[in-house]
Design a protein. Structure first.
Length: 236
């Protein structure tokens, strides 16, 4: 089966940078929060700990600043990626400047793509068609009437400076929320969906001067490379 990324929808895109321990985080956490609020007025604090802070910048974007890494995450970004490129252009300089980061040990771009199905079996069958080597026939482990559910395929492809890992799998996602009896006008939530997920982590793992880090350009160029090469890599 020919593999085509256009069959999937980009669910989540994460840009992450790693660096030597940034001791200034202990002193600059408050000023980083203030600058983020000034630039992104809807910013809300989600986690506050000595070695990490996490924020929601708005409904679509979340960010985290940690002792040795920082990330920006966009959920269902625009197809042309303009929104996450603009957000990254404003976000990373705030953190880099406050922590006085000079070199990066890793730059990563994680894309999570989804394809939805009506049933768990259909999602599993899609992955098996993409990767026939995962199929099994016969009787194993004394299991009668067995079938493959939630198959998973993973490969890492790494050179001296760049690397990429690919994970293709299916799963059933479920949300169950109980509502207290006194809130009798609110309905409980019990819903599920079945998806095939494609997770692509594309990264540079050699030392990079901060002067060469351009988040918007990385997002644009690396996503283009992923879309160009993914079909041949996954399809073999």
């Amino acid at each position: 089966m020919a593999f085509d990324i256009s069959d999937f929808k980009l669910q989540r895109l994460v840009v992450e940078i790693r660096y030597e321990p940034a001791f200034l985080l202990w002193d600059k956490a408050g000023s980083i929060g203030v600058e983020l609020r000034n630039r992104f007025p809807a910013t809300k604090v989600r986690i506050v700990q000595p070695n990490q802070q996490q924020f929601s910048l708005d409904k679509k974007f979340a960010a985290g600043v940690q002792f040795d890494r920082t990330f920006l995450q966009g959920v269902y970004p625009a197809h042309n990626l303009e929104d996450i490129r603009t957000t990254s252009e404003a976000f990373f300089p705030i953190v880099i400047g406050a922590l006085k980061i000079s070199d990066l040990s890793r730059i990563g771009l994680l894309g999570v793509y989804e394809k939805r199905f009506e049933s768990r079996e259909l999602a599993s069958e899609f992955v098996l068609k993409c990767q026939p080597s995962l199929r099994r026939g016969g009787k194993f482990f004394n299991v009668d009437g067995a079938k493959i559910l939630d198959p998973e395929f993973f490969l890492r492809w790494e050179g001296d400076t760049m690397g990429c890992s690919i994970k293709l799998h299916s799963l059933e996602q479920r949300i169950e929320v109980e509502v207290p009896a006194e809130l009798d006008d609110i309905q409980p939530i019990d819903t599920k969906r079945n998806v095939a997920l494609l997770e692509i982590d594309y990264y540079a793992h050699s030392s990079t001067p901060i002067s060469k880090f351009n988040a918007p350009a990385i997002i644009e160029n690396w996503v283009r490379i992923i879309r160009r090469d993914l079909g041949g890599f996954v399809g073999g």
